[in-house]
Design a protein. Sequence first.
Length: 511
Amino acid sequence: MPVYRNLNERIREAGARILTRGSLHGLERECLRITSNGQLARTAHPTGLGSSLTHPYITTDFAEPQLEYTTAPHRTISGVTRELRHLQMFTCHQLGQEILWPLSMPPALPSDAEIPIAQYGNSENGLKKTIYREGLANRYGPRMQTISGVHYNFSPGDEFFRFVLESLTPTERDSVGPTAIRAVRDRMYMGTIRNFHRHAYFLPFLFGASSVIDDSFLTAPDNRLSRMRRRTLYGPYATSLRLSDIGYTNREQWELNILYNNLKDYLSAMWRAVSTSNPEFERITKEGGRQLNSNYLQIENEHYSAIRPKQNLGPGERPLTALADRGIRYLEVRALDLNPFTASGIDRERLAFTHLLLLHCLIQESPPLSAQEMIHYHHLQTKVIWEGRNPDLQLEVLGRHTRFHDLGMQLCDRMSGLAELLDRERPDNMYTQSLIHQRRSFEDPTRTPSARLLNEVGGSEVDYIDYGLELALRYRAELCAGTLTPRMQRKLDRVTQQSILDFERLESSAV
């Protein structure tokens, strides 16, 4: 199915609206509740935020004090960032003396046994969610799970996929059959994922903001990190320790050989992962540890990847079943650190660039990726994670060693025409401005968030914890000073109360 034939030329003729009309943007943000002295909170999920099991917008991730916000899908980037801010404004009035930690890498952590795993009550679904998290703790340790980030969900409108379908000849359309639009959508989404993996190593450099950590995060010394003052560690050229091998990773999953060359093979590999027992994990159960099962993945969500294909779920529906039955509906980008320099943890500029990159990946030819190529691109990302701000960094791409700075500038050049096309429909040149900012970072790595974080912590004469606490207090004051519209306040009050009623109904059924 030649979906890319003359696609860029046809898009230029049709205009930007063919890419933006009907598109949807969503955000998920994780963050930890902390005490006023910078320690991880040990309290239960605040009652004023409703039930973490049934609330549609405010739940918990791995740990009981780890909030997770999920926005509704929005037509615009401005709309989705506004809703995320509103959710945090609502939260700040429900926390009492607690505050929200603004950085991806956690504050001072207690012992593993003292990190409270999220609790969801005694219903079947609630117990399953808690046991799944116990399994994560037993497999990878609870410290890794306290790392927080931002997930960006994106889908083009169906009008774009119909536009692509129209470029096929009648014979080509007939060969696809009655589900042609779904076939085009699935093929192009999988192509987008492959191209994204080819470019994902740029994101830790541009948006990584976890070059510094508290030494309580590590359980053993790491000679790649240097010490700054009493308890602060940093990577001299690091960009995103969150994405590094000391951060949110899963080495065992490289054994799974999960590729993205077509949806059918991807689903087959994922089904094997959630149904094949891992001898290492079998020992957890034998030694009395809890987990849902001993498979390589307890459930699909355990698969760690920079980007995932997703489908909206029905009640009790498995993600793999939804993908098999209805195909891909949207993509979830998971490679973004929290931005500690804004109260919301994400800003419009980096979303604009990420959106632009996804569209670039969507409309470019996307050859298959082998397992060896996937490993190669993972190695590129690892180099950028640890050495991204090194001005002498070179990477081997397409068989040639090239300065990382030059690779970044080439990427911006390739996307500039698309940015200009998108900005013809806008008064603010958002996409072109975002490219300008990223070019400046490639030209001068001291402009990156990871460099700024390192410089600010280094210049403040305080440890990482005190620096983060100062930011957290500043953002609490900013968010609490804001006022929700009466309509938004009523909406959040209503869904919060309804979540409590829904939880109580589930609990009564579990007795």
